[in-house]
Ligand binder design. Structure first.
Ligand SMILES: Cc1cc2nc3c(=O)[nH]c(=O)nc-3n(C[C@H](O)[C@H](O)[C@H](O)COP(=O)(O)OP(=O)(O)OC[C@H]3O[C@@H](n4cnc5c(N)ncnc54)[C@H](O)[C@@H]3O)c2cc1C
Length: 321
């Protein structure tokens, strides 16, 4: 089975989610696979993809691909697909991937298996599963007899595995001039240098239980002790206690970290939709009936103003050993 993997980069750094998709393709194929890397000033990044499973990298390194446009990036993916004639295309289910995959699939008149948390190949066909009903159930999905199989993979679910490998072949894609119908004119990044919640391996989140924005230091102390990213429920975002970029959930970011610590968060279905697939969930809440305890691996019932500092202290003590 021939794979082509779309590689996303931001500001010259390959997204971890793309390396996860690439490693997955390499494992499923049992041999190095093809990858496509569009952007500006990205050619130098291609060789680093070899150890994650790329045998050949199609590079579209151009000024007009500096910022994402659906038409420009789907053009690059399409050009690589024409050269490679893959049976399957894998794209990480990031914001960019969720925009790109359906457009690419529509061009080829096939469907997308979206946001997969499990993917295997049976008789040359993709079979995967994806969360439905805000994460309450998993649906098993396949591509039927589609000539081209397209799937997006949920970030932080599949491991990115590096191994010793030869540098990949690098081919430059010759694309026609791009005339996007919509264009990004400006990107405003947050000034914070904090780890992005959607890429973090450990997340400590605060909810309405923190009582007010003046109490973030309580949560940040545990965040620092664990070396985690900061997350939040929508209630505290709507209250203006923290910026929307931290929101986890159905209308925020979907995360699958190794460890998710929920402090003073009730566990509403819309919050669970964003973090319910975390590998280990620790809930700190004073209400033993809070729904978050139904999904938690470990729970601590008590006032977070007492329990959170205790946990932070214990983490630091363990780390100091
Ligand atoms: C269409 C839609 C989309 C939504 N999308 C999202 C989303 O993306 N993300 C999201 O989070 N929500 C989302 N929501 C909102 C969601 O329904 C909840 O309202 C929200 O998650 C509640 O946030 P919370 O748990 O912080 O607050 P609450 O539900 O008020 O819970 C606060 C918790 O803190 C506990 N607590 C209070 N004081 C203490 C203390 N001193 N010590 C310990 N525990 C304490 C309480 O027992 C309670 O369980 C959405 C809602 C809708 C309708």
């Amino acid at each position: 089975m021939k794979f082509l993997v779309f590689i996303e980069q931001r500001e010259g750094k390959i997204r971890k989610a793309s390396l996860e998709a690439l490693s997955l393709a390499r494992r499923l194929a049992g041999e190095p696979v093809a990858a496509v890397l569009p952007g500006k000033g990205v050619a130098a990044l291609a060789s680093g993809l070899g150890k994650y499973g790329a045998g050949v990298v199609y590079v579209a390194d151009r000024e007009d691909l500096a910022l994402y446009s659906t038409k420009g990036y789907v053009g690059a993916l399409d050009a690589a697909a024409k050269k490679e004639s893959p049976d399957a295309v894998l794209i990480a289910a990031t914001s960019m991937g969720k925009d790109l995959a359906p457009r690419f699939a529509a061009r080829h008149d096939v469907s997308v298996l979206a946001d997969l948390m499990d993917l295997r190949v049976e008789n040359g066909r993709f079979v995967g599963s994806r969360p439905v009903y805000s994460g309450k159930a998993r649906a098993e999905v396949d591509c039927g007899n589609a000539a081209l199989q397209v799937a997006t993979t949920r970030p932080n679910v599949f491991p990115a595995q590096a191994a010793d490998a030869a540098d990949p072949l690098v081919e430059t894609l010759d694309l026609p001039a791009i005339t996007p119908r919509a264009r990004v004119v400006k990107v405003e990044t947050s000034e914070s240098k904090e780890l992005d919640v959607s890429e973090a391996d450990i997340i400590v989140s605060g909810g309405r239980g923190i009582k007010g924005p003046e109490n973030w230091p309580l949560i940040k102390d545990l965040q620092e002790a664990l070396g985690a990213a900061l997350g939040a429920s929508r209630a505290v975002v709507d209250a203006g206690w923290i910026d929307h970029q931290y929101q986890v959930g159905q209308t925020g970011k979907v995360v699958s970290p190794t460890l998710y610590v929920a402090c003073g968060i009730s566990g509403a279905i819309q919050h669970l939709a964003g973090m319910g697939t975390s590998k280990v969930i620790v809930a700190l809440n004073k209400d033993p009936e809070a729904p978050i305890f139904k999904v938690a691996t470990y729970g601590i019932v008590g006032d977070i103003f007492q329990t959170v500092p205790e946990v932070a202290k214990a983490v630091r003590a363990v780390k100091a050993e």
